[in-house]
Structure formats: C-alpha cells, structure tokens
Design a protein around this ligand. Structure first.
Ligand code: AMP
Ligand code: MG
Length: 526
C-alpha cells in the first residue's frame, strides 16, 4: 500500500494481515502461510505462553535487521532463538554443558531461556554481535507448529515497540506493529504474561539474568546451586546487567509510575492520601491495587491487577494494565508492591523497570498523620452520627480520612431516620442506602478519632472498654469537647421536623470547627 506522509513524500506501508487461530484446533493452512512468510525473510507475530513474539528466521541476518527496525529496538540487544525440537539445539550451539539436558527435560517446552556459545550457523545480527545465543522452546502449540513450518529456528523478541509494555494479546501487537510486519497470528490472551526466565549456561554455576515464571528454587531443585545477576532487582548496582536488554528502560507506561512500599495497610493509606491530595489539585492519579485492597480506594483511577492469593493473575494482568493507563488521562500512577518470592520476583522486577526504579516508603507519606479514621458515635447510628459523618465528608479537608459512624445500641441494621433524611435532602445531601452499625472494640485504635454526640456515649465506651487490652480509648472525645465548644447536640428522636433542622445546624457548626482543627494538624500544628 502507498500512503503520503505529512511532507507529501510517498512511503510504502505494509498491509498487516491478522489471522485468528484456535489453539485446540490449529488451522494448518494459516500455519503454512505464516511459515512461508518467515522462510522468505518476513515478520510474523505469534502467541507464546509468555508474551506475544515477533517471529523472524533466526538464521537470516536480514530478517534480524527487519526485526530491530519494526520494534525500534537497539541492535545490540540480542534476540532469543525459538526451537520446537530438542535435537535442533546442537545445530546452533557449541559446548552445551551437561546440566542442560536435565533442565530441558524438566522445563522445555516452557518459559525458560538458556544461553550457550553460538555455532557459526547463527548470524551476529541475531545475537547482537555476541558469541553466545539465547534459546527457548515455547510450549504454546501455535508457536510450536509455526517454528516447525518456518524451518526450526525462529527469533522472537516480544512483539511490542521497544520501550512499551510487552504484548499479552494480539490487539496489543496490532497497536504497536500494524503496518510494519506481514502477519499477526491471534491466539487469544497469553497464559503467563511475563517474559521467560533467562539463565546463562556458559558460566559456572549457571546465572539467572532475568527472573520469570521459572524461579531460582525451581532451577536449583534440578541442577543444584544457581547464581543471580545482582543487577536484576534494585537500582543500587553500578554494574551493567549481563542480559543487554535489561539495561533499557523497558515496559514503561507513559505516566510516571511509583511503587509504594510498606506493610499492605500502610501502602493503602499512603496511596489513599496521595490520590486525595491530587484530587484536591484537580488531578487524577492511577492506582494499581489488588482484589484485597481496591474497595478501600475512594479517589483516583483504580485498576485491580489481581489477587494476592494467586500471583499468577497479577503476572497475567500487569502489562495489560500498564498499557490501559496509556489511554487514560492520569498525572501519575502509584502501585502497591508485591512479595519478592516465586513469580513475585519477576513481577517486582518488571514493575521496578516500568517505574524506572522509583519507589517510596509508605511511611514517608503517612507519618505526619495522627488520625486516619474518624468515627462518629450516637445511640442508634440512624441520625446524628451518620449526619455528622456526611457533613464532614463535604468539608475541605487537606488530608484523606476514612470517615464513618457507629451506634452504641444496634440490634440489627436500620436505615436512617426519615426526618433526618428529609433534612439532608433539603441540604443537597443524602444518606439513602446507609444502614446502622454497632461500635465494636475494633473501632478503638490509636489511629482512629472517636467523637461521640454526647457525654453518655463517651462514658459508656469508657466503662465498657477502658480496661480491655485490645481496645484503645485515649482517642475518645465528645464532639463538642474535641472542638472546644459547649454546644450540646440533643437527640431529636420523636420530635417534629424542626428539631431535626436545629440539630443539623448545630452539627454543621461543630463539624466546621472540627475541619479547621484537623487541617491545622496537617500544617504541622500537631
Ligand atoms: P525479548 O526477546 O524482548 O524477551 O528480550 C530478549 C532478552 O534476552 C533481552 O533482555 C536480551 O538482552 C536477552 N538475551 C538474548 N540473547 C542473549 C545473550 N546471548 N546473552 C545475554 N542476554 C541475551
Ligand atoms: Mg521485550
């Protein structure tokens, strides 16, 4: 196809064909067509179990050059050669160490790449000028068939534009490479979602250059001690990484990504606070949360990356989520962190690279905060408490608080009193859908400010919990005591609507004072 660019110079644009294949019923005609393209020196993107690969004939120097051009990848960054038959390894390598067979038996086909001395058959174009070659045998049946159809040796870096997150669907490949390659084989979403583990077999003991789904422990079970390239995690090392590709800022989303580190609870509080501050400036931050935490975020654009109970889901979703954020108008992205064990090691490695190693301890953000949660306590949690909580939420607070209300006597959940709701409505607020809840000792914490409507609730709380080991009662005040006012808030229950109106006015006055006091804490007044 011919197309004019901005300067009206006619340039050649390639037509990229997309073909869908069902893994369980592979269409041999498509495989034959794709194999033919590869044999003739063209480029075909295809699914593997790790990420989508950009396939080319690995023994053809010119095809390697095209691969680098299509990806915009620096040509000193070598390609991995994919094979479909263990016996083919001999042809492209030399001095293969004895441990190789055991590793291949256990992990091939699968997400393990091994580096060996290369034979003369492999051009320097494929190895980025190195005397070594990286080899993998993928388990995806489409990949296997395609490699065989192409002649046995297919170089396949991830099928993305260099620097973008690796593709885990055919749509991602299309976004990056449409018009630059001959064909995309669409085999649906990939299984693992992170690139293979790379192990250098030319050194003793073998060394992991890139973490992946096959962990150090899994390798050691088969061949004993392995070492790990110390540049893999963290920014502390001055050494260049041993896999040339690991030195590039990879996998990066457009918005700046920061990893927040601490206990999970601290991380959530810190990200909540960051999201809240930005929202006050009219900005939206992106948040990478998990099944376990997403419900706790109230501001920002929140994406659920998966379950901490099943880190495979997190690995599978990471690149998709980073790509999705590129389409969103977010000023920055903050992510929770993940345990560095099992596949978590590979997840954190990719996340760190996407973040350009930018991390902050959660405690830096949360340490100024004396109170994180404010709970208003009334008798039944059907009127004054929920009203106070709702009014406080509408105040201009400089810090994010978890604002709540509880009752002293709640036998079963009840909706808010109808007269209270009528007053709220006339003030453009509503408590529709709210149901009352009982105060428990879990509400009495060092980070929670407990404000009762009157003296009798405070006295009851102290009488019940003051001597309990698990309850913290130093933060229990009456609302008027805390704001330094002697205005009482009588319970309007059973009285006419006007009494509810007066009650609302009184609560509003006290809450406005409360907001000022809370804001003075953030300014360093505490
Ligand atoms: P990708 O194909 O996008 O998964 O990237 C391939 C990765 O393998 C890059 O990080 C390369 O630097 C690394 N790699 C490939 N061949 C070698 C080799 N011979 N020695 C060290 N690293 C290699
Ligand atoms: Mg890549």
């Amino acid at each position: 196809m011919l197309r004019a660019n901005k300067k009206n110079v006619i340039i050649k644009v390639m037509e990229t064909i997309i073909k869908k294949i069902d893994k369980n019923q592979i269409d041999e005609n498509i495989i034959r067509e794709a194999g033919e393209i590869l044999r003739e020196g063209g480029l075909v993107a295809f699914p593997t179990e790790t990420v989508y690969g950009l396939g080319a004939n690995a023994l053809d120097e010119e095809a390697a050059r095209k691969t680098y051009a299509a990806k915009g990848r620096p040509s000193d960054n070598p390609l991995i050669v994919h094979i479909a038959d263990f016996d083919d390894l001999d042809e492209i390598t030399m001095n293969v160490p004895p441990e190789t067979e055991a590793l291949a038996q256990r992990f091939w086909p699968g997400p393990l790449t091994m580096i060996f001395e290369k034979s003369r058959l492999v051009p320097y174009g494929t190895t980025g000028g190195l005397e070594t070659v990286a080899v993998r045998m993928p388990s995806d049946p489409i990949a296997k068939e395609l490699i065989l159809a192409a002649g046995g040796y297919v170089s396949a870096p991830s099928a993305n534009t260099s620097g973008r997150p690796s593709p885990t669907t055919a749509e991602h490949v299309w976004e990056d490479l449409n018009g630059k390659i001959e064909m995309i084989i669409d085999g649906g979403s990939v299984d693992i979602g992170l690139e293979s583990t790379i192990v250098d077999m030319t050194v003793t003991p073998p060394m992991i250059l890139r973490p992946g789904a096959i962990t150090a422990d899994m390798l050691e079970e088969v061949i004993g001690v392995v070492s790990v390239d110390e540049t893999i995690l963290g920014s502390e090392s001055n050494q260049p990484p041993k896999a040339p590709g690991m030195k590039y800022r990879h996998y990066a989303p457009k918005a700046k990504l920061t990893i927040v580190q601490g206990s999970l609870k601290e991380e959530v509080f810190a990200i909540r606070q960051l999201a809240y501050e930005k929202a006050r400036q009219g900005k939206t931050i992106g948040i990478i949360g998990t099944d376990e935490t997403v419900e706790f975020y109230t501001h920002g654009l929140i994406k659920n990356i998966g379950s901490r109970e099943n880190e495979k889901t997190i690995a599978r979703n990471l690149y998709r989520i980073l790509r999705e954020f590129d389409e969103e108008d977010v000023s920055e992205i903050y992510s929770e962190s993940f345990a560095i064990q099992g596949i978590g090691n590979a997840i954190m490695n990719r996340l760190e690279k996407a973040a350009g190693h930018c991390r902050i301890p959660a405690s830096v953000i949360t340490k100024e905060q004396k109170y994180r949660r404010i709970v208003f306590v009334s008798n039944t949690d059907t009127c004054r408490g929920p009203v106070a909580a709702q009014i406080l939420k509408k105040q201009n607070l400089e810090q994010e608080y978890w604002i709540d209300s509880k009752g002293m006597v709640v036998l079963f959940p009840e909706p808010v009193n109808q007269k209270a709701e009528a007053i709220m409505k006339s003030n453009q607020m509503s408590l529709e859908g709210y149901t009352s809840r009982k105060l428990t000792q879990r509400d009495l914490n060092p980070d929670t400010l407990v404000l009762t409507m009157g003296m009798n609730q405070k006295e009851k709380i102290l009488a019940e919990y003051e001597h309990s080991e698990e309850a913290y009662t130093d933060n229990v005040y009456t609302l008027n005591e805390f704001v330094g006012d002697n205005l009482e808030i009588p319970d309007p229950y059973g009285q006419p609507l006007t009494a509810y109106g007066e009650c609302y006015e009184k609560i509003t006055l006290l809450i406005e004072k409360l907001a000022k006091i809370l804001n003075s804490f953030t300014k360093g007044g505490q």
